[in-house]
Design a protein around this ligand. Structure first.
Ligand code: ATP
Ligand code: MG
Length: 370
């Protein structure tokens, strides 16, 4: 019977917390497959198409699809023969031996199994550039054998770090930032601010699509759609155009904090990237982030735009992000916004608390199931 042999990276070395991380990962995989914690790996029941799912689970470094056998050389030999694909000319056996009590060492096992394959199939060993590699792992209780190996996304299991509220705009950057937070073990609650009077149902569809894509990595995901127009009209009434962008962003950060309080989230995540646009100068980021009680984390801090785009393509958000949309943030702002906002000056304008509270209360909460 084929099984999936799941290996985690970093969580293997977290001392006492290790079991907590492992259990979290098992729990996350269990949402779509039967999974069991073993010594140093996780066993997952195989079914067709599961590769695509496992490839998206944060915390998995790599996994194989193959067989579990007894710790016995002849059983391992037949598993190796079963694991070989139909068509190949050259092969290599790659053994790792965690169980030092096993009578042969890894080099000896490679030789032994290699000669069996040569004898049975007539194919050649090629250690440099083989058509097929058969991995053999000698564990405490079982041996694992597989020739199909897939890279995961690494990181830590979602939920192991706690919750964050992630501001998602519909642009390219913020969905990637949300993904990176998930990859580091955060459970992400997505928040989008929109202008009900201006925005077509297209915006809603777009944000839903982005949230659904992100749910492929996280599992279930909560999306808050917050109507921003009342706050926005008041900002437009009071704040000069040059400063509006920064004030919008401060307001969003404050509302994100209200949502974080409801959700028990411990930080705010944004798609900010140093100096990419006018609102992202260090001076402005200081002013924007100082509106937050919780830490504001921008995972894209040091990325180049090309790097963000290529990651967006890899995770599948890019195609959705480039669909046309109106960002409420770009409404009624100066062509050349202030790049060095003055906090004291801005604080004089700000009396939006009631409106912000109301906006959050009016918000729609959408539960997305992966
Ligand atoms: P993005 O590609 O994510 O839109 P950007 O480089 O275009 O980012 P801005 O549009 O200035 O930069 O937004 C900076 C960050 O502010 C976004 O990454 C997002 O985290 C947050 N943000 C902006 N607009 C919204 C919105 N309407 N709803 C929720 N968050 C928003
Ligand atoms: Mg944007």
């Amino acid at each position: 019977m084929e099984i999936c042999i799941v290996h985690y990276g970093e969580i293997g070395v977290k001392g006492k917390n290790r079991i907590f991380f492992e259990k979290k990962l098992v729990e996350n995989i269990s949402r779509f497959a039967k999974a069991k914690r073993r010594f140093g790996w996780i066993e997952v029941e195989y079914r067709e198409g599961i590769e695509d799912k496992l490839r998206k689970v944060p915390g998995i470094r790599y996994f194989g699809v193959g067989f579990k056998t007894e710790l016995d050389l002849s059983a391992i030999e037949s598993a190796v023969l079963k694991a070989l694909p139909e068509n190949f000319e050259t092969f290599k056996i790659s053994t790792s031996r965690r169980n030092k009590k096993f009578p042969l060492n890894s080099v000896e096992i490679n030789k032994e199994l290699g000669s069996v394959v040569v004898k049975k199939t007539g194919k050649k060993v090629d250690l440099e550039n083989p058509d097929v590699t058969v991995w053999v792992e000698i564990g405490e209780n079982f041996a694992l054998v597989y020739s199909k190996r897939f890279e995961g996304i690494g990181g830590l299991p979602v939920g192991s770090a706690g919750k964050v509220v992630s501001l998602v705009s519909g642009g390219i950057d913020s969905p990637v930032a949300s993904f990176l937070a998930m990859k580091r073990g955060c459970e992400v609650v997505v928040v989008h601010f929109f202008n009900k009077t201006l925005h077509s149902p297209e915006v809603r569809k777009k944000i839903l699509k982005l949230a659904e894509k992100l749910a492929e990595y996280q599992g279930d995901l909560k999306l808050y759609m917050i109507p921003f127009e009342d706050v926005q009209m008041e900002i437009i009434r009071i704040v000069p155009p040059k400063l509006r962008m920064v004030v919008y962003r401060r307001s969003m950060v404050r509302m994100a904090n209200l949502i974080a309080e409801k959700e028990g989230a411990k930080a705010i995540v944004t798609g900010d990237n140093i100096s990419q646009v006018a609102s992202q100068t260090l001076d402005n980021l200081n002013v924007i982030y100082s509106a937050s009680k919780l830490a504001v984390l921008p995972p894209l801090l040091g990325f180049d735009k090309e790097e963000i785009i290529s990651l967006a393509k890899k995770i599948g958000t890019y195609e959705i992000s480039i669909l046309p949309y109106e960002d409420c943030c770009s409404l009624m702002v100066a062509k050349h916004p202030e790049t060095r906002a003055n906090l004291e000056l801005i604080e004089e304008f700000e009396e939006f608390e009631e409106l912000e509270k109301n906006a959050v209360e009016k918000g729609e909460i959408i539960e997305i199931h992966s």
